[in-house]
Design a protein around this ligand. Sequence first.
Ligand SMILES: C[S@@+](CC[C@H](N)C(=O)[O-])C[C@H]1O[C@@H](n2cnc3c(N)ncnc32)[C@H](O)[C@@H]1O
Length: 397
Amino acid sequence: MSVADLPRSWPQPEPEALELSERLAASLRERIAASDDGWMPFDTWMEAALYTPGLGYYAGGAAKFGGAGDFVTAPVVSPLFAWTLARDVARILRAGGDTVLEFGPGDGQLCVELLQELAELDALPEHYLLLERSASLRARQEEALQALPEEVRRRVYWLDAPPQDKVRGVILANEVADALPVRRFQRTEDGVLELGVELADDGGFRWGTRARDDLAGHVAALETVLGRRLQPGYESEYHQQLPGWINVLSDSLHWGICLVIDYGYPRDEYYHPQRRQGTLMCHYRHRAHPDPFLLPGLQDITAFVDFTAMAEVGQEAGMDVLGYTAQAHYLMGAGITQVLEARMRAADEAASLRLSQQAKTLMLPGEMGERFQVLGLGRGCEEALAGFSMYNRLERL
Ligand SMILES: C[S@@+](CC[C@H](N)C(=O)[O-])C[C@H]1O[C@@H](n2cnc3c(N)ncnc32)[C@H](O)[C@@H]1O
């Protein structure tokens, strides 16, 4: 796939961006050609496309979030997200926490707005830690933090690795799990094949399959817990890195809560018979599509997450599964209506209209309200989260 495959009505990349993408594609081509069987597992492709230093989507310098970028996340849609989340974060900090740790802070907006609101609520943490694997995003976060007064900004630290001193307080990860590279599989009549990437005759990339026993074993175990066999031809994702990542969150938490917010489903819905193509999704300039080979390094590649798997790993790691609900219900429970009313009263007509539109984007089922889910994990923390007070669907996991 190349720029020639980009639909004509889509924005074309700038020449410099295209050059970077071609460099990344060339290095991927070389790696595939040099491999024993002319094939690259999909998780290796996704890792390279997103994180190759200087060239990968998250490792390059281009705008990703918002109008000029490729997609929006809840903190980018509206400060209402951070202002509302701040209510639950403040609750935990007042109950004995002193730190917030945010994984994958993106452009830093959630951090800035959360700290501003926590200052208003007189519940500032002693430390706000950011763990970001992209150097270019870290630079953006540093820039965004200039909006904060020095007294607040000095509480923020970047970590290069999970904290050695475990956190007492809150761990947040909004849209991070979906960016973890996934393996892909295809069920056949009599087995399971791993989906990966081969070189196409036109110099581009195409899907190819190989037999891999370990992945077949994972899918067999999955079918056992589902209590049914997936249909021949069924394709989906296996999140090999998810358990390790949840364990990192767990190992980072001494006392408090951990909120994982993302698009995903409980396991039985994730592997629903009708979801025959899996959940892989790519974003290029606000166009969502399923082709991960388009313009390597210039588009985001994501997969929905299996919330049941995350809850199970959290539980095995000794955390309590506190809640699971749709983003809309979480925000309602946490008080978005009151936050919105108060902000609208203080705003002029245009700003007030903007806020109510943003609230719709965060809340409506056809927008982010249902697609995004919130999983709450906790350790030693008795404090109830308001976000799960309205509609906790733990039994769905
Ligand atoms: C889709 S963006 C979400 C950004 C932000 N949380 C938001 O909601 O706007 C994914 C973020 O996760 C980061 N990331 C991906 N894998 C990570 C990991 N293993 N640890 C920390 N950050 C990670 C990416 O670099 C990026 O900042």
